[in-house]
Design a protein around this ligand. Structure first.
Ligand code: PGA
Length: 251
C-alpha cells in the first residue's frame, strides 16, 4: 500500500512525430481510467500544445522534460517556466542524468531551475542518481547526498513539499538493467532520511519515484516497495500496451 499518492511519469525524451504521438495518446487514454494516483506525460516541447488538446477531458497530466532557470530574455533556444505554465504544464523534470551528462548541467544550475519552476507554480521532478563506477566504489550515497544537498541549500527544505524526487541510477537508464528491489528501496529510504535531517514532515510527504528500465514485468515489485511512490518511464512509455501495464501495476 502506498501512503503517498502514486505518480507514473512518461518521459518520451526526443522521440515521436505528430502522427505517432496522436496514435500513442489515442491508445493510452482509454486504458488509463481506473489507474490509481496520477499519470503524467512529458513530451518534447514542440508537442506540448498538441498534448493539451489530446489530453483534454482525460485525467492524464502534462509536464515538460527540461526548462530554463531564467524567466525571459535573450536566451536563444530556451523555454522559460512561465511559458510552460501558460500551456498548463503542471510538472517539469529537472536534473535528468542526460541533461547533467550530455549538456553539462551543474548541480547549482539544476537547483536554480528547481527554484524557477516552483516560482511559476510548477512542480519540479528532481532526478538524482549515481553512475556505475560510483556504485562499484560504494559511493552511491555520497553522490545522491551531494545532488540533494545542493538543492536543499538553494531552495530550502520546505520547497520539497511541492516537489517530486526521481531516483534514477544512471546505469539502469535505457540499459535494460533495473535496480533490484532491495537496491531501489535502500536508496529511496536514504533519500527520505537525508530530507528528514532537516524536516520530518517534508521527508514523509515527498513522493520519491524510481526510474531506470522499468517495464511491465518488473514494475509491480518496484512499486510495492515502502519508499517507492511510482515510476519515471522512458523507453517503455513509448509503447501504449507496455505503459498501460506499468500504470496498472500500481496498487
Ligand atoms: P528508461 O528511461 O525507462 O528508458 O530506462 C528512464 C528515464 O531516463 O527517465
Amino acid at each position: 500500500m502506498l501512503k503517498r499518492q502514486s505518480l507514473i511519469v512518461a518521459n518520451w525524451k526526443m522521440n515521436g512525430s505528430l502522427d505517432s504521438i496522436r496514435r500513442l495518446v489515442g491508445a493510452i487514454v482509454p486504458g488509463i481510467k481506473d489507474v490509481p494516483g496520477e499519470v503524467l506525460i512529458c513530451p518534447p516541447f514542440v508537442y506540448i500544445a498538441e498534448l493539451v488538446k489530446l489530453l483534454e477531458k482525460t485525467t492524464i497530466r502534462l509536464g515538460a522534460q527540461n526548462v530554463s532557470q531564467m524567466e525571459s530574455g535573450a536566451f536563444t533556444g530556451e523555454i522559460a517556466p512561465p511559458m510552460l505554465k501558460d500551456l498548463a504544464c503542471e510538472y517539469v523534470i529537472v536534473g535528468h542524468s542526460e541533461r547533467r551528462m550530455l549538456y553539462n548541467e551543474s548541480a547549482t544550475q539544476i537547483a536554480r531551475k528547481f527554484v524557477a519552476v516552483q516560482a511559476s507554480g510548477i512542480i519540479p521532478i528532481l532526478c538524482v542518481g549515481e553512475l556505475l563506477e560510483d556504485r562499484n566504489a560504494r559511493g552511491t550515497e555520497a553522490v545522491i547526498a551531494k545532488q540533494l544537498d545542493t538543492v536543499i541549500e538553494v531552495a530550502g527544505i520546505k520547497a520539497f513539499r511541492q516537489a517530486v524526487i526521481a531516483y534514477e541510477p544512471v546505469w539502469a537508464i535505457g540499459t535494460g538493467k533495473t535496480a533490484l528491489p532491495e537496491q531501489a528501496q535502500e536508496v529511496h529510504e536514504f533519500i527520505r532520511l537525508r530530507l528528514a535531517r532537516h524536516d520530518h514532515k517534508t521527508a514523509d510527504s515527498v513522493r520519491i519515484i524510481y526510474g531506470g528500465s522499468i517495464k511491465a514485468d518488473n514494475a509491480e515489485q518496484l512499486f510495492e516497495l515502502a519508499d517507492v511512490d511510482g515510476g519515471l518511464i522512458g523507453g517503455a512509455s513509448l509503447v501504449a500496451k507496455e505503459f498501460l501495464a506499468i500504470c496498472h501495476s500500481v496498487r
